[in-house]
Design a protein around this ligand. Structure first.
Ligand code: PHE
Ligand code: CA
Ligand code: ZN
Ligand code: ZN
Ligand code: ZN
Length: 289
């Protein structure tokens, strides 16, 4: 797969930290740091040739926004999607949660557009608002799709926390909907000699609305408030008896609250999946242009 730049990804995270610093220390729904985050990501994607759409919706904390970025080209009836929530909680800047997933899909989107690849499928990235208020942005997005738009989406992959400082490598155990997403993630980690575990993320991830609509879903996750066991510390390093991310939902979730080796591995994982799913043959009749 492609080598996605961890240096560039870290620079995006530093930018999100600066946005939080300039806006009262957070990037949360209804506060100016959230909209500033959307505007900044949008400008990067627009400059790279994406067609971007900002969807606004209301929440109990004020207006929130989804940013949807479509790469022109590919079979419009066969869409592969990748998403991450861009909002933070109100107490901090939300850099691992979920600047990391947002910066990871942003950098991969930029790298894919620059690569000169001709996608077979239509490639779309979603940056969700108000995840921290109950997955509101991703639910809004799926809810406003027409039946035809919904059935065009072949798969949705979610990235929420990918650089936890006391890292674990978890793959969503989304096996009930027939698809290869879960198995492609685990095969990629296997190919790198990286031990992984399944996690049942239940209602804690933005793929829920996609999954309820019958789409193939999956994702990866590096751990939040759960305590790392000694068996997990043996295989992944780090500290047993300590949370995967001790700064989860706290003010200390800053741009120093990151494992940059994990960030590098996981952005390369996103790159592998974006390249693979952009090219995946779903048996559609429209040839790539
Ligand atoms: N959705 C959680 C949050 O943003 C993080 C999480 C992701 C937890 C995946 C479990 C599994 O706070
Ligand atoms: Ca890399
Ligand atoms: Zn969170
Ligand atoms: Zn999150
Ligand atoms: Zn690498």
């Amino acid at each position: 797969g492609p080598d996605i730049s961890v240096t560039n990804t870290k620079a995006h995270l530093d930018q999100l930290q600066s946005i939080a610093n300039a806006n009262g220390g957070n990037r949360s729904t209804g506060r100016p740091g959230y909209k500033a985050s959307v505007d900044w990501v949008k400008a990067k994607l627009d400059a790279a040739g994406y067609t971007t759409t900002v969807q606004s919706f209301s929440t109990s904390s004020g207006t929130s926004y989804n940013l949807v970025a479509d790469l022109p080209g590919g079979d419009a009836s066969s869409v592969v999607m990748f998403g991450a929530h861009l909002d933070s909680v109100s107490v901090g800047p939300g850099i691992n949660d979920n600047g990391s997933g947002s910066a990871g899909i942003l950098e991969t989107a930029l790298a894919y557009a620059a690569s000169g690849q001709t996608p077979r499928n239509h490639v779309r990235f979603g940056f969700w608002g108000a995840e921290e208020l109950g997955l509101l942005g991703s639910k809004y997005y799926v809810g406003q799709l027409t039946t035809a738009q919904r059935s065009a989406i072949r798969s949705y992959q979610n990235f929420d926390m990918i650089a936890s400082p006391n890292v674990g490598y978890f793959v969503y155990d989304d096996n009930a909907v027939g698809n290869g997403v879960r198995d492609d993630f685990t095969a990629y980690y296997d190919s790198k000699g990286l031990p992984w575990e399944y996690i049942d993320v239940q209602g804690r991830s933005d793929r829920a609305a996609f999954r309820s609509s019958g789409m193939a879903t999956g994702g990866i996750f590096s751990g939040a408030e759960t305590i790392k066991t000694s068996a997990q510390a043996s295989k992944w390093g780090g500290v047993a008896g300590k949370a995967f991310d001790a700064c989860y939902h706290r003010a200390c979730d800053t741009n120093t609250n990151l494992d940059l080796v994990a960030l590098d591995r996981n952005v390369d994982t996103i790159g592998y999946m974006v390249w693979r799913y952009a090219a995946k043959d779903y048996g559609t009749t429209t040839p790539p242009t």
